[in-house]
Every structure is written in C-alpha cells, then in structure tokens.
Ligand binder design. Structure first.
Ligand SMILES: Nc1nc2c([nH]c(=O)n2[C@H]2C[C@H](O)[C@@H](COP(=O)(O)OP(=O)(O)OP(=O)(O)O)O2)c(=O)[nH]1
Ligand SMILES: [Mg+2]
Length: 128
C-alpha cells in the first residue's frame, strides 16, 4: 500500500506574479518546480500548516489564506492530496530557506516550467 500525504500548497500572488520554488533533487518529484508548501501535521488546519510551511521554506509571514482547489493524485510510489490555497496577504521578501531556488514568475510564463504531474489543473486555474 502506498502512503497518502496531505499537503498544504500555496499559490502566492504578488500582482501578476506567482512564487515558484525548485524541489531539491533528492526529494520525491525532485528537480521540478512547485508552489511552496508541505505536509499538514496532526491537529493543524490546512491554513495553519501553510502559514507554518511558508515561514520555514521561503521566510514569508502570511496572515491569511483562501481555499482555491483540491487535487488527488497517485504517483504510483506516493499518493498526494494537495489542498491548495491562494496567498495574497503576506509580508517579507521570499528567500529559499533550505537552499532551494525561488523565483517570482509572471503568470504568462508559468507554462515554461516543469511541474509535477498533479499541478496541471492548478496551472489551468491560475490562467483561467
Ligand atoms: N509543495 C508542493 N508539493 C507538491 C506540489 N505538487 C505536487 O505534486 N507535490 C507533491 C510532491 C510531494 O510528494 C508532496 C509534497 O510534500 P513535502 O514537500 O512535504 O514532502 P517532501 O517530499 O519534502 O518530504 P517526504 O514526503 O519525501 O518526506 O506533494 C506543489 O506544487 N507543491
Ligand atoms: Mg515542502
């Protein structure tokens, strides 16, 4: 049986730009670009998990998140439940706290990046 992971994912918006981070090579789906986020721990809401993860991963102070969409995806070696929120209310400057590359990308250029398979629907929603 493959494990199921509940992930809080943030589509962080600053005007027309969205924040992307590059997944470290050694992780699941490594080398691909992602929307920052991470596993929801026991007792946390998705929003609480996302606020914690965004501080840990990219050093942003987030005040509020807004549910956007949910995606279930089976990678074969891992099943993920992506609980995706919009993040528009934050302060600070984005920095890759774990040494990962982070980049603000214009919406129109997002399709040029290599994302995990599950992210297709997120891209469509951002561009809709
Ligand atoms: N943060 C994030 N994760 C994504 C996206 N798309 C996508 O399929 N995922 C998957 C990749 C991972 O399997 C999982 C994210 O979990 P994570 O970042 O907490 O897990 P991890 O690989 O760092 O840690 P581990 O489970 O290997 O211990 O969700 C995305 O846009 N953002
Ligand atoms: Mg993570």
């Amino acid at each position: 049986m493959t494990k199921l992971v509940h992930v809080a994912v943030g589509v962080i918006k600053d005007g027309n730009r969205i924040l992307l981070a590059k997944r470290p090579q050694e992780l699941h789906q490594g080398g691909k670009w992602e929307f920052p986020g991470g596993k929801v721990e026991q007792g946390e809401t998705t929003s609480e998990a996302l606020i914690r993860e965004l501080k840990e991963e990219v050093n942003l102070d987030v005040v509020h998140t807004e549910p956007m969409m949910e995606i279930h995806h089976d990678y074969g070696d891992k099943k993920v439940f992506l609980d995706i929120h919009w993040v528009e209310n934050f302060s600070g400057a984005a920095h890759g706290m774990e040494g990962q590359q982070v980049s603000w990308i214009e919406k129109e250029h997002l399709q040029q990046y290599d994302f995990p398979e599950a992210n297709k629907a997120i891209l469509e929603k951002i561009l809709s």
